[in-house]
Design a protein. Structure first.
Length: 101
């Protein structure tokens, strides 16, 4: 699947991650995969801090956002969660959650 040249849906990104990494991810399991996610969140936090300090590295910031999304998607795959369906149910159905986030 070539996803680099056009917009991608959440479902197709999740399938891309599943096709490419699922066997390894399943063997690693949720606890170790969650540790990878937290590491990537830490790297995103560092990139955001650099931005706040006035020394942003936009390329790195984009990479860290992408990494966090990829690892979150990995955990969803291992847990057999359809992210697109979950997002639709939580945020789009009946106008989404009430109040502020």
């Amino acid at each position: 699947m070539d996803v680099s040249s056009s917009p991608i849906s959440i479902r197709s990104f999740q399938q891309f991650i599943r096709d490419r990494y699922y066997e390894t991810d399943r063997e690693r399991g949720v606890p170790k995969t969650f540790l990878w996610l937290t590491e990537e969140i830490g790297e995103l936090a560092h990139a955001l801090a650099q931005r706040e300090k006035g020394t942003p590295d936009r390329d790195n910031l984009e990479e860290e956002f992408a990494d966090v999304l990829a690892w979150l998607t990995t955990i969803a795959n291992v847990c057999d969660i359809d992210l697109e369906a979950a997002i639709s149910r939580k945020y789009l159905k009946d106008g989404g959650p009430k109040g502020t986030k």
